[in-house]
Design a protein around this ligand. Structure first.
Ligand SMILES: Nc1ncnc2c1ncn2[C@@H]1O[C@H](COP(=O)(O)OP(=O)(O)O)[C@@H](O)[C@H]1O
Ligand SMILES: Cc1cn([C@H]2C[C@H](O)[C@@H](COP(=O)(O)OP(=O)(O)O)O2)c(=O)[nH]c1=O
Length: 673
């Protein structure tokens, strides 16, 4: 890869960026932005989001201006705008997804942006409240089709393992643009204060301009394409809606995700909806509301941006559920602790948890749902989320108002509470319950304690992935078929023109042979577990330094039969050592060099050991030992699916080989012919 790259540079051929061979870790946001098509979509989308927020601020301000001085009228007008913004989603969310799935996604987005720009321009030109409300509905309908078209295109632009980072960026952009939008809006209205109503008109025009530019930016993203429907009959609209609904409700994982994503959203919305009355009860007024609002949004952005990386030891499903429970706990904290400074900090944590949940939920959904129904499903989620938003924003203050402020006296103790706090407490319980249900339904690591996963997240290094050559590790228990598959793999790679080096641990170097002799000979007897771990680690250090790294540097595909995961599984989980300690030693020994792909051949230990008769010192360990080893391998793979291929090794040799080839094909460096 590097050799051909260097040769290309010498010949003056510009190197084509290939996202599949980019060695940057999967969560690297910059790596997604290196993909040109996605970058353009992202810019367009960022502008649309910015416009959306400016539009929200400008239109509410304008509605108030149209309504005049009457306080109640002004509230109705503002309420009307907010309500009409969510109404279309409630009525036609699924239909919008159906339409988005049928249409060319690129043209849907381009036209959608241009139409929205045009509608926005007409609002100040016509200048009546009625038209403002009608235009709001029309703009919202267009947005409803635009959104799913955008969401559904992302998986076609970025490789699977970068989908999470891409979705994270989308979400950060959606909510991150709220702040610059507020600044722009304030700046416009401040600067043009003397111009009266024109000042808000100007904000609306700026907003229209962002949509115009966004539409033009998408013109250049030719890769977006449309969903594949070639051999499919076109079902009726009604059928599609019923199918969409039954698909979402009939697939437990998808159903759990939709419920959970809505729950995360509701937790944030409760704070926004109740925030104004909540801070009033703290005697904090408007600035307090601003701070609380900012805290939730800030936390949300932080959660979306950093949670997956910070908690890299948690699987996405676990992060999703834990985020929900965390939001519930945060809400309960807000309800119980009525002091602005602490409440602000809790609001940040709450936003963070909701954001973490949301970004992992979206990512999981993108991975679970097939391309042909993705538009429909995302549309479904969006309408579910908007419904929840509308209901929460409308119902929460109502409940709070109905409860009012009360003081209960029991004996000589009196307890004061207010409606907003109590409503938050109810919402907290709901969010917590949804989170726990999601956890129970979707946990992909049963039996692994949550806190162990969390602890594992900290102190973890991202690892070094080879940028030249390609590094493959085969892992699995005894007799899983590693030697068999590595031989088949070598043959296949060589046929495709790759330079291949097959090696193994322990014992691939002179030093290694001696160490192997010591550590595997039954005559060695019982040695201290730490000594055993260090011998294996010493073998690895020599192996990486004198065999693996030089071969990778020369551009070869290196296949090793066992690597660091074996040490983590055998010495870490099989023995009584702390996995984290074994990991530190081995990361140091290998200079943190990690395989681009680890192929785990998973087999019940009995079947593997049954495949041969002799036993070395390790193979002779108890059945429990081998069960723990197997579980440890699976756990390692589950935590980082983008770097693993787990294969059911009870299958036929050929079948296994084909699955390995299919996964490797798009990842391998190009061969220079
Ligand atoms: N898919 C398979 N199904 C049945 N037997 C297999 C399969 N793959 C390998 N074997 C046999 O199982 C034994 C162990 O395989 P091997 O590749 O040496 O495993 P490992 O290197 O993981 O110890 C060998 O006798 C091999 O022929
Ligand atoms: C690389 C490595 C292997 N081992 C064990 C696993 C195996 O039982 C043994 C290697 O034996 P070997 O016969 O080479 O492996 P296989 O069973 O795949 O043919 O060493 C560790 O305990 N720690 C390690 O770090």
């Amino acid at each position: 890869m590097a050799l051909s790259g260097a040769a290309d540079r010498l010949r003056g051929v510009p190197e084509v960026y290939d996202p599949l061979t980019d060695p940057a870790p999967a969560h690297d946001l910059r790596a997604v932005l290196r993909i040109r098509a996605f970058r353009r979509l992202w810019i367009a989308f960022g502008l649309s989001s910015l416009g959306d927020w400016i539009g929200l601020l400008a239109l509410t301000a304008m509605a108030k201006a149209f309504a005049g001085d009457d306080y109640q009228m002004a509230n109705f007008a503002i309420g009307g705008v907010l309500f009409l913004r969510v109404l279309p989603a409630l009525v036609m969310g699924p239909v919008a997804g159906w339409i988005a799935d049928r249409l060319d996604r690129r043209w849907t987005m381009i036209l959608g942006d241009l139409i929205r720009a045009a509608f926005f321009v007409t609002i100040p030109l016509v200048g009546t409240l009625t038209w403002l409300l009608i235009a709001t509905v029309l703009i919202e309908i267009v947005s409803l089709i635009w959104g799913p078209a955008k969401d559904a295109s992302v998986p076609n632009l970025v490789p699977r393992h970068r989908l999470e980072a891409a979705n994270q960026l989308s979400l950060i952009t959606t909510y991150g643009s709220a702040l610059p939008a507020a600044v722009i809006f304030t700046a416009i209205t401040l600067v043009t204060r003397g111009l009266g109503e024109f000042s808000i008109d100007l904000a609306v025009y700026v907003n229209a301009a962002t949509f115009l530019v966004s539409g033009l930016a998408i013109v250049s993203v030719a890769e977006i394409g449309r969903a594949v429907h070639e051999h499919e009959e076109h079902p009726t609209l009604w059928r599609t809606m019923v199918d969409g609904w039954s698909y979402v409700t009939g697939t437990p994982v998808v159903r759990g995700l939709v419920v959970g994503i809505s729950g995360a959203f509701a937790a944030g919305a409760v704070v926004i909806g109740l925030g104004r009355t909540y801070v009033e009860d703290l005697d904090a007024g408007d600035p307090g509301y601003g701070v609380l609002f900012g805290a939730v949004f800030g936390g949300l952005a932080l959660g979306m941006g950093f949670a997956p990386r910070l908690f890299s030891g948690l699987s996405r499903r676990r992060l999703f559920a834990a985020g929900l429970v965390g939001s519930g706990i945060g809400l309960a904290g807000l309800a119980l602790i009525q002091q602005l400074e602490i409440a602000t900090m809790i609001a940040i944590v709450l936003g963070f948890c909701a954001g973490a949940s949301w970004v992992s939920g979206y990512t999981l959904l993108g991975l679970e749902v097939p391309d042909a129904v993705r538009g429909r499903t995302f549309a479904f989620v969006q309408s579910a989320v908007r419904t929840v938003l509308a209901v929460t924003l409308a119902v929460a203050p109502f409940i709070a108002g109905a409860i009012g402020r009360r003081t209960v006296t029991v004996g000589d103790r009196s307890l004061s509470y207010n409606g907003a706090a109590l409503t938050m407490l109810i919402a907290a319980i709901l969010a917590g319950v949804i989170g726990l249900v999601a956890w129970r339904q979707m946990d992909d690591r049963p039996g692994v304690p949550f806190w162990r996963d969390v602890r594992r997240s900290f102190g973890k290094t991202p690892g070094v992935y080879p940028t030249t050559g390609f590094f493959i590790a085969l892992e699995g228990g005894e007799g899983a078929g590693k030697s068999t598959q590595s031989a088949l793999l070598v043959k296949w790679l060589q046929e495709r023109g790759h330079e291949v080096l097959l090696t193994r641990e322990p014992g691939a170097t002179d030093l290694g042979k001696t160490l192997r002799q010591i550590v595997l000979d039954p005559a060695t007897g019982d040695i201290s577990h730490r000594a055993e771990a260090l011998i294996y680690a010493a073998d690895k250090a020599e192996h990486v330094d004198s065999v693996i790294r030089p071969a990778l540097k020369a551009g070869a595909v290196v296949i090793t039969d066992r690597y660091v995961d074996s040490a983590l599984a055998y010495q870490g989980s099989g023995r009584d050592l702390e996995i984290a300690d074994v990991e530190r030693v081995n990361r140091w020994a290998t200079d943190d060099l990690r395989p681009n792909l680890t192929i785990l051949l998973d087999l019940p230990p009995k079947r593997g050991l049954g495949r041969f008769e002799e036993r070395d010192r390790i193979e002779a360990q108890s059945a429990d030992f081998h069960e723990r080893v197997r579980a440890a391998f699976l756990e390692l793979a589950a935590a980082e699916p983008q770097h693993y291929l787990v294969i059911d090794a009870t299958q036929e040799r050929e079948q296994i080989a084909q699955q390995i080839q299919a996964r490797l094909l798009p990842m391998l460096p190009k061969v220079e012919l």
